[in-house]
Design a protein around this ligand. Sequence first.
Ligand SMILES: Nc1nc2c(ncn2[C@@H]2O[C@H](COP(=O)(O)OP(=O)(O)OP(=O)(O)O)[C@@H](O)[C@H]2O)c(=O)[nH]1
Ligand SMILES: [Mg+2]
Length: 597
Amino acid sequence: MSSALGHSRLLSSTLTPFLYPYLDSSWSAAATRLARNTRTRAAGNRHPDRRWQTTTSVPSEATTQPPPTGPARDVTQYDHLNPQPADYRETPFTDACALTLAAGNGGHGCISFLREKYIADGPPNGGDGGTGGSVYIQAIRGETSLHKLARRGIIKADRGRNGQGSAKGGKRGEDVLLTVPVGTVLREISRHDPVAEEEAELRRSRRYSMETEDPDDTEAAEAAEHQRTHKREKWLLHPAAQPHHYTAEDFPRLPKPRRSTLAMSEPRGPIRLDLNKPMEVPMLLIAGASGGLGNTHFVTPSKPKPKYATKGDGGTRIALQLELKLLADVGLVGLPNAGKSTLLRALTSSRARIGDWAFTTLAPNIGTVVLDNQRGRLENPLYYPTGELRTNFTIADNPGLIEDAHLDRGLGLGFLRHIERAGVLAFIVDLSAGDSIQTLKGLWNEVGEYQGIRDREIAEATERRHVPNEEGKVTWSPGFSEFEPDSADKVHGVSAPQEDTLLQPLPGQSLPPLALPPISSKPWMVIATKADKPETQENFQALQAYLAKIQDGIEEHPSGKPNAWKKKVRAVPVCAMKKEGVQGVQDMMTSLLREFS
Ligand SMILES: Nc1nc2c(ncn2[C@@H]2O[C@H](COP(=O)(O)OP(=O)(O)OP(=O)(O)O)[C@@H](O)[C@H]2O)c(=O)[nH]1
Ligand SMILES: [Mg+2]
């Protein structure tokens, strides 16, 4: 007897939980996790138990045998709509970023001479350098975030290869294609264009030589000297050349700065693009730089064998700000813990985190509602403004909104920014958490206050841009568009950094806020969640009656704006956890999206 007792003590102290996990109380939690992981992998895994056999000593029977002791737990009771808080997947998401793009440098020209049998010292035959790679952009459907670009920081196209002997030109550099979501706005912050700078320098030196004939003018002399040294930097000498050859060599006149023919189709800087439609073909942003010239170009009667060629030009670099104007088709707005993430899971295959506490969601989750089930004609077809049939639409589940969020409380302004970028707003009210009408009014109040802040910001930025000139007249034109470059910036070459606010500013550089449609003009609906809870019916009826009054104009729109959208405001009761009423929500969203597009 005592030996049996001793044996069991030995088991629980040394072998637990490896051989007999059920003797350890922590087993049941481990088994739940184990069973869930095994089940999710089982479909695609031919040897589902192998992982457990090789990484731990838990026998495979342990997953199938119920524990003889401890609380019994049904490990199969995993549910997509009522998951454990730890059972979620976070998708990376970025809606604004700064990015530097660099076109490829040109390859260098080649210094080479023909050598053949019986031709020991032939004529020059150095080829030209290849053109650098260009940077293209394309807005495509299906992308929802800028995170892939944001983490790259700088994107460079390939440089052109150097020219070779036998008059072989260098290979072109590889191009780069950026794909961005439809609804991305690109704005240039600064630009460094070596060719434009060279052109400007050449113009300046010509002006000096024309204006100043005086040999004592040191400024002009300095400029001319700079011009000469600058020129020398552009030349390449034969590989066997000594340093003194650089100073001794009498280089000819440097060819004029060149641009590749592709550069003609570049958009004029500073770039302001609103990519609000999918693009069938990519658009050129910056063209690659031209390659250098081989030594064949510099043959003259007096110098039939030049031992020099030119270097390739440097590629243009631009710093851009990318911002998503439209984040998702529908944005969920609600207090913390209202059931937004549960609803997103019910409508889409999202795996947003769910928890019975406030601020479970800390960053937006984008889910996609699939409309086309590939089983024949759609009952309720939805179209893009371009006339294409839509097969899906996106929903953004945002973090919870709290009182004074517009003063940056809670997750504050950053989150309100996301709401502003949704096409249709769906206000989520928890029927079991007090008066729904007051909740809705509170939510609209925060949204309205934020709109006020944004309007003031835009007005200030506009004022700063349109300052009165010396005569006191304001240089403002009624047709001004956010994406039209300011006349002061219309210099192709170096553009001055802007002065206003940028979402993620580069040091010392910023842009004005984007002008977007007012939030109160967006179609909206109310989704009353947790309708399964007791005594929520009256609350819902009062809410529905209130919305009907808004629609009829008896009650003021909760935003307080007279021209706010109130065409067909409705509330839909749902129990997202049991997926009840969810189809009604989807239909309502579809009909409002028709309104929006
Ligand atoms: N009874 C019931 N409970 C629900 C329903 N929908 C959500 N819940 C519960 O409400 C709690 C909060 O749900 P979440 O979806 O995380 O709420 P949320 O609005 O995303 O919360 P935050 O991300 O913190 O803003 C969870 O415990 C859910 O299980 C419902 O229809 N009925
Ligand atoms: Mg949430």
